[in-house]
Design a protein around this ligand. Structure first.
Ligand code: SAM
Length: 453
């Protein structure tokens, strides 16, 4: 790729990171790897040989980029395509977020869902993740990615940060992956280069401060703020951490960094942050830092609730609760139920835990969300398809189904749920929602290679 990087930007890189400039420029002509992060709740733990991003257990680096749209495992929510640099968030969660205290975590700028799916795996069903996106259509993209992930403890909201403060939301951890000037994406996205200017950086920095101001108000005493951008400049990064540290007297948080990761630790005034550069692991430019609000954090008491109703297709655990919301029935854990009862009237909710389906009088209609989760009744027969037929199913085309048994069935590929179908006696109905349908055709010479054995 021949690139025209603004000279003022390069001067800044040279001033801030003089020893990095050559490698940074070289990275534009080097080949880019792709990294994916596995959904450990569906795939199980990943052995170390598989985990090839040094700061994250459970990611793989792909030397060539497959057509993800044509991978049934992608549609089954088995992995998320995410840059390795962003996965450094895990180091903050490992050190500072104790999942046994059922934390309430807010991902404030969440779409399309990269950080949220990582946080959901970290929580492993404990506490609640509020995955929020202010832009409405992006909130719906977020909802799709969250639904695929299949977690019972994630709520998707569509709110401005100010509105969350008005609703008196109080959380133990808030992740602010802020809208930024996108400098870290220059290698991937020429538009980011064209849109870059010093004015734009200043504008982003001011907006980030406003978001941080609102975010701080949402944190409980002892709670932690994790702030990130995909940029290199101080205005959007360490200066914003400085702003929070001095304005609100926060406590800076550090994470362990190994020398061979080639991540730069930046200390300025009282703040500390970490700068990641384009790397061989499938990562681009990224900055992250953390600050704790002074005070004692308390363990969240999750009250027992008896909201465990019968839904033919679901196998809830003893603690699970059902919520009837709009026209659907949702399965959530008790912590999420508690959050819902407290805030449902004050927030615009887009999604809740696992959408299990509809109940019309005595008839139960299972939903796609259930097929994406791990709580579907084993009594629903599964139909395992080969690659070709899985794609036909996902394209909603007609193909021969190897069963004659009437009723609901779950379609699987390599034992991972893709969606539901119903045999009516004379035909099959495909219940894959249209929004998830694959619209592209498989190229004639396309050779699929599965990412799992
Ligand atoms: N965290 C996401 C992920 O890992 O997939 C990426 C988030 S992206 C860097 C920033 C997000 O902030 C965008 O989805 C954007 O719509 C949202 N945003 C834009 N303006 C905002 C504002 N004023 N307050 C909060 N979020 C905003």
């Amino acid at each position: 790729m021949s690139v025209n990087i603004p000279s003022t930007f390069l001067e800044k890189i040279e001033t801030q990171f003089p020893h990095r400039k050559d490698a940074f420029l070289r990275s534009f002509s080097e080949s880019k790897n792709t990294s994916i992060r596995w959904n450990t709740s569906k795939i199980g733990s990943i052995d170390n040989a598989h985990s090839s991003v040094p700061w994250y257990k459970g990611a793989s680096i792909l030397k060539t980029r497959p057509i993800f749209t044509l991978d049934p495992l992608f549609h089954a929510g088995c992995y998320y395509v995410q840059e390795a640099s962003s996965m450094l968030l895990q180091s903050f969660l490992d050190k500072y977020l104790n999942i046994s205290s059922n934390p309430i975590v807010l991902d404030l700028c969440a779409a399309p869902g990269g950080k949220s799916t990582l946080i959901a795996n970290h929580l492993a069903g404990n506490g609640t993740l509020i995955s929020n996106e202010v832009i409405r259509n992006r909130a719906y993209i977020l909802k799709e990615n969250i639904e695929r992930w299949g977690a019972k403890n994630v709520i998707v909201t569509n709110a401005d940060p100010k509105h969350l403060a008005k609703a008196k939301v109080a959380v133990d951890c808030i992740v602010v992956d802020a809208p930024c000037s996108g400098e870290g994406l220059f290698r991937k996205d020429e538009n980011a280069i064209n849109e870059w200017s010093e004015d734009h950086v200043r504008h982003c920095s001011a907006r980030q401060k406003r978001i941080l101001h609102d975010a701080w108000a949402l944190l409980k005493p002892g709670g932690i703020l994790i702030y990130s951008t995909c940029t290199y400049n101080n205005h959007e990064n360490i200066s914003n951490l400085d702003y929070v540290m001095s304005e609100y007297e926060g406590i800076r948080l550090s994470i362990p960094i190994e020398k061979e990761w080639e991540i730069e630790t930046i200390e300025h005034n009282k703040s500390i942050g970490y700068q990641v550069f384009p790397n061989e692991y499938g990562g681009e430019g990224f900055f992250i830092g953390g600050i704790q609000k002074p005070g004692i954090s308390e363990t969240n008491v999750v009250k027992e609730v008896n909201k465990n109703i019968d839904f033919e297709f679901v196998k809830p655990t003893q603690d699970d609760c059902f919520i009837s919301f709009m026209e659907d029935l949702y399965l959530v854990n008790p912590s999420t139920y508690q959050f819902y009862t407290q805030y449902a009237k004050r927030l615009r909710l887009v999604h809740l835990g696992v959408n299990v389906g509809k109940q019309k009088k005595t008839i139960h209609l299972p939903s796609h969300g259930l097929a994406m989760s791990l709580w579907i009744q084993k009594e629903i027969p599964e139909i395992e398809l080969n690659y070709h037929d899985s794609i036909m199913y996902l394209q909603k085309k007609v193909f021969t189904i190897p069963s004659n048994q009437k009723g609901w069935h779950m379609i699987t590929y390599k034992s991972k749920g893709l969606g539901l179908i119903k045999h009516l006696g004379n035909r099959w109905n495909n219940y894959l929602p249209d929004k998830y349908k694959i619209k592209m055709e498989v190229p004639k010479d396309y050779k699929y290679s599965s990412l799992i054995s």
